[in-house]
Design a protein around this ligand. Sequence first.
Ligand code: KIV
Ligand code: NA
Length: 268
Amino acid sequence: SQKRLTPTQIAAMKGGKPIVCLTAYTTPMARLLDEHCDLLLVGDSLGMVLYGMETTIGVTLDMMIAHGKAVMRGVANACVVVDMPFGSYQESKETAFRNAVRIMQETGCDAVKLEGGEEMAETIAFLTKRGIPVLGHIGLMPQLVHTAGGYRSVGHSEHETSKIRRDAHAIGGSGAFAVVVEGTVEPLAREITASIHIPTIGIGASSACDGQILVSDDILGLFNDFKPRFVKRYDELGKRVADAAASYAEEVRARKFPAAEHTFKRRS
Ligand code: KIV
Ligand code: NA
């Protein structure tokens, strides 16, 4: 039987066929997505998508580990990466290492992801040199929502552009096997992709990246609180769930469900 793709194999896809990535938070969804994806991310977006939080700030290490375990039970092919949540890696590289070890040991996943540019390059080097594969995340960084003053696409000003350029080069040289580039204007995403030696995985960062990632619930129409410009809807499952619930409710109230075929009869 085939083994999961490794972070090393993902890194080797630089400049080749686009790397296909989606988020997964549960076993059944992981099973459905696995054969179509190179990489599945257990994203801390689950705080908003599954738990109704307004930001990802409230997501804990225990939540990430629980969902990481669930996803691992459903995956045979894709490389599985688990997000390090807010507060689990920023304090020191030693704390980051300890918490990344918990994620790797308790879930059995292939790598961790953490947000940050220049500021986090040393931490990523510390982890990767000690055996923990790391996926970087630059550009729009949702865990910085409170200091950034909201969620806005980046790379518009010259000041922002030079900061993100420095971030890309710092992460490119940190030992990270690839880097997520979020909410970044096309010319900058293209320039970064051409100038660093690890794959860029874009989300709202144009077609120039080496791969793409989106939140599965967004493309399926299951998460409808808001729709960022970079999301494409491939289905409207939220509407289909509501329609199914309405049909069930109507049939129960009309005593049409359960019918004879759903009913146990005495055997004798
Ligand atoms: O948490 C998440 O889902 C993410 C991405 C979509 C990159 O970090
Ligand atoms: Na995330």
